[in-house]
Design a protein around this ligand. Sequence first.
Ligand SMILES: Cc1cc2nc3c(=O)[nH]c(=O)nc-3n(C[C@H](O)[C@H](O)[C@H](O)COP(=O)(O)OP(=O)(O)OC[C@H]3O[C@@H](n4cnc5c(N)ncnc54)[C@H](O)[C@@H]3O)c2cc1C
Length: 231
Amino acid sequence: MKVKDLGAPLDVFWFRLPHQPADGVETGGFVDAGGLLVSIYRGSYWQCAHVIPKGGADAIRAAGLPTWRASVAKLAPMFANRMEHVASFDDVKLLSVQVDRLERWYRDGLLCIGDAAHAMSPVGGVGVNLAVADAVAAANLLWRPLANSEVSEADLARVQKRRAWPTWAIQSFQVFAQNNFIAPTLNARGQVRAPWIMRHLQSIPVLRDLPANLFAMGLRPEHIQSPDAPV
Ligand SMILES: Cc1cc2nc3c(=O)[nH]c(=O)nc-3n(C[C@H](O)[C@H](O)[C@H](O)COP(=O)(O)OP(=O)(O)OC[C@H]3O[C@@H](n4cnc5c(N)ncnc54)[C@H](O)[C@@H]3O)c2cc1C
């Protein structure tokens, strides 16, 4: 099946750090020349995403764990006192980022949804949302033909038709953010500033909530319509 590759200038090291009472629970974003770190509160620990240049993992590993720990501590000083909790690079999972989508999501007898149809960038953390929305749309459109054991290619095409547009729109936004904000930061030397659009979004509450709503709810929210939907 033909894949349209949209490209990604980044990879991500995922790892966990312990949460400490004084930390608070706000999602954190740390930006400096050459790196970005996002920390997500997960109850007892921080899920951390260290964004690195595409293909940069081997060089970081070769430089050694202490050098990597120091670079993360410099990026996010609040974690400097606990970087030793990452005992080895076995605790650091590499996500090799891809952003792509199938030109056609189906064949006779086969339908691809979620990551199988479209690998999403980690920008916005939307991979799960889109996968679940695809599944709900597929259930809504296919429960009747499935119950009659008559699923045609046209039925499968309807699922792609419904989900292709929100996928395209979110991927377009992600690629824009990757190329205009993330890649320049990863390639920067010296001081970097958060992009003006982010600074303005932060200061105007209505605008600040827009991206969160866009990513959390999606552009085309799906609701279960099959007869066994919970009431
Ligand atoms: C490290 C990491 C962090 C991520 N963080 C986030 C995040 O914070 N937020 C977010 O929204 N997304 C995140 N994602 C992306 C998210 O995990 C995916 O977008 C999402 O899981 C896609 O769902 P899916 O059902 O399409 O595929 P998957 O969740 O990959 O499900 C596919 C399933 O099929 C199974 N399978 C594969 N082959 C076979 C086979 N031959 N037979 C039977 N079963 C098989 C697999 O074991 C798997 O359980 C992250 C991804 C990674 C790798």
